[in-house]
Ligand binder design. Structure first.
Ligand code: AMP
Length: 197
């Protein structure tokens, strides 16, 4: 199995080559074609399985073909439980998307909000965020969800365990336009059960 046979395009295949990934991991074989075709995806996947590439690669490819982002809008929203994970996802996106003309930002709590508001002013194609800070930014009118095409919940079990379920549900309710949804979680039952439903 090769990455090319999963339907990924040339600019993305070049960045994969640079990473020296010999072949796709099982979760990538399953998830990449489904995401490219626009389907919603729910996956039970631990860290270390290649799950980040399984959603970022097709997400970037779909965004690259789309429309221009408006100011304070975002086209793909990736929610992560912690600042560390958010930064790691953003790093992956910077690597995989470096050949694509997409704007990315990462926001999390515990730091000043103003520089993050400034970054969002021009709109961003991909925003990686922790749920609490995302709501703060929304409350300050720094962020609008009308253009969201893709919503990703990464490590959803951890978000649920850390008490973020109400915030995540609020976000799900406020992304009202037609969009693709993905959920990645080490487990699909327990605390995360409500989000999974
Ligand atoms: P993740 O599960 O997303 O945290 O990824 C774990 C690690 O696997 C990261 O360091 C990735 O760069 C790496 N990785 C992802 N996909 C592949 C692949 N197909 N072949 C080799 N390494 C990969």
């Amino acid at each position: 199995m090769s990455f090319a046979s999963l339907g990924l395009c040339e600019p993305i295949l070049r960045t994969i080559d640079e990473q020296k990934y010999a072949e796709p991991f099982p979760i990538q074989v399953e998830a990449i074609p489904a995401i490219l075709s626009g389907r919603d995806v729910m996956a039970a996947a631990q860290t270390g399985t290649g799950k980040t590439a399984s959603f970022t690669l097709p997400l970037l490819q779909r965004l690259a073909g789309g429309c221009k982002v408006k100011s304070n809008h975002v086209r793909a929203l990736i929610l992560a439980p912690t600042r560390e994970l958010a930064l790691q996802i953003a790093e992956n996106i910077a690597t995989y998307g470096k050949q694509l003309p997409l704007k990315t930002a990462v926001v999390y709590g515990g730091v000043k909000i103003n520089p993050q508001m400034m970054k969002l002013r021009g709109g961003v194609d991909v925003l990686v965020a922790t749920p609490g800070r995302l709501l703060d930014l929304f409350g300050k009118n720094a962020l609008k969800f009308a253009q969201v095409e893709t919503l990703v919940l990464d490590e959803a079990d951890r978000m649920a365990d850390d008490g973020f379920t109400p915030q995540v549900e609020w976000i799900l309710r406020h992304v009202t336009g037609e969009h693709q949804t993905m959920l990645f979680s080490a487990t699909l039952d327990g605390q995360v059960g409500n989000l999974v439903k």
